[in-house]
Ligand binder design. Structure first.
Ligand code: HEC
Length: 379
């Protein structure tokens, strides 16, 4: 079982000219599985060995184009389907903005793809050994000699024939190279328990040290007066109040500043009797009333309160504001409609503040008077 498997034969040469000539002769002889080893790149070697161009560029092209395609689809999906947001008035599909991203992703993927392919496929990563490693041959060709190796896998390989061929082209120290036992099936990998443990220890040590240094040792509070202020965030439990609520209701019997409670909710008749319009009939108040009426009331009631709704069939048409009934209502009674709404008409309490509500009512009065002018109005 100790019979070693032959990897191939090697021979050494003394000068670059000799190795070029040897490479040409080996190629001409018809060998395919052979390689040339030199301490530095020797010009003209590719041509001498009759090497075909590398397949790597095709892999780079394929990886780059795939990344380009995937990124294009991804950005298209993101900007037009998943999350269409208008940015700077550009259309959702705005190709010029994508060009830099597409270019970068293509270049990045192509280069990473090339390196990974080279290491994983051509060098059979994670394998790290080769029969030529640790031989006198490799020691020589990495220092001052030029060598050629012909593999046993070559179709023309025959021990006697290769040895005499190497001698015939002038090779010195012709040697047979054998596989080491664990090299044969590329079992000699970096993935050894010792190495993996080492990696884990290094990773933990580096990240731990970094974390400790940046977050503990060198940490400075940036603005502690903002970070550490005494305040309650909404819904937070209070340790001060006995009921534990940090959000408080107003103290009983008090009113917040600028906040006038409305006491007539659900009782429009009482509002009609007791509420008085506090605003004077001035140009300014009528201007305000017209502005707010046009915005909030005219869509349904029409610009002149005639009930000619612009919502055409989307909402029930309101009655005219010029009816006998509404003309005879007090300002307070109309105020109650704005606060509570009336049947299908919703409340406008949140759209208009107190002043604006009364101003709108002044304007409604002006509209009513304009369409029902008495003779006395003309004097
Ligand atoms: C969304 C449409 C709509 C808007 C906006 C609207 N109303 Fe009305 N309003 C109605 C409808 C519909 C009625 C009739 C409700 C009913 O059936 O009693 C109505 C009724 C009224 C009435 C009582 C009329 C009556 O004869 O009973 C007054 C007064 C009134 N609106 C004033 C206003 C004022 C002032 C505004 C602006 C702040 C306003 N409305 C905004 C739809 C609207």
């Amino acid at each position: 079982m100790d019979e070693k498997i032959l990897y191939g034969y090697t021979g050494l040469f003394d000068t670059p000219d000799e190795i070029i000539e040897a490479a040409e002769k080996t190629a001409a002889e018809g060998f395919q599985k052979y390689d040339v080893h030199t301490p530095y790149p020797v010009h003209g070697m590719d041509a001498a060995m009759k090497l075909k161009p590398s397949k790597l560029p095709y892999i780079a092209l394929a990886v780059g184009l795939s990344a380009l395609f995937v990124m294009f689809i991804f950005m298209y999906w993101m900007t037009t389907i998943d999350y269409p947001v208008i940015v700077g008035g550009k259309p959702f599909f705005s190709f010029p903005a994508w060009v830099p991203v597409l270019f970068e992703i293509t270049v990045l993927s192509a280069s990473i793809g090339t390196v990974v392919t080279m290491i994983a496929i051509f060098f059979k990563f994670p394998n790290i050994s080769h029969p030529l490693h640790d031989t006198d041959f490799i020691r020589s060709v990495t220092s001052d000699k030029y060598g050629i190796s012909i593999e046993a896998e070559d179709p023309k390989f025959d021990e006697e024939y290769v040895r005499s061929f190497l001698a015939s082209i002038g090779a010195k120290s012709i040697t047979a190279i054998y596989w080491d036992n664990d090299e044969v099936n590329f079992k000699n990998t970096v993935l050894q328990p010792k190495f993996i443990t080492f990696l884990i220890v290094v990773a933990l040590a580096v990240s731990g040290t970094t974390y400790f240094t940046l977050n503990k040792l060198m940490f400075m509070v940036p603005f502690n007066w903002m970070r550490e202020q005494s305040k309650y965030i909404p819904q937070e439990v209070s340790t001060f109040f006995s009921d534990g609520f940090s959000m408080r209701v107003p103290v009983k019997g008090t009113v917040a500043r600028g906040n006038m409670p409305y006491r007539y909710a659900g009782d429009p008749d009482a509002a009609g009797k007791e509420l008085i319009n506090p605003l004077a009939i001035t140009e300014k108040n009528l201007e305000l009333g017209k502005k707010k009426f046009d915005i909030y009331c005219s869509p349904c009631h029409g610009y002149f309160g005639k009930g000619d709704s612009r919502l055409r069939g989307q909402f029930p048409n309101p009655p005219s504001l010029h009816s006998e009934k509404v003309r005879n209502w007090s300002d307070g009674r109309i105020y109650a409609v704005l606060m509570d709404g009336q049947n299908v008409m919703p409340s406008y309490a949140s759209q208009l503040n107190r002043n604006e509500r009364w101003a709108v009512i002044l304007y409604v009065r002006a509209l009513q008077r304009s369409l029902n002018a008495k003779e006395s109005d003309l004097k």
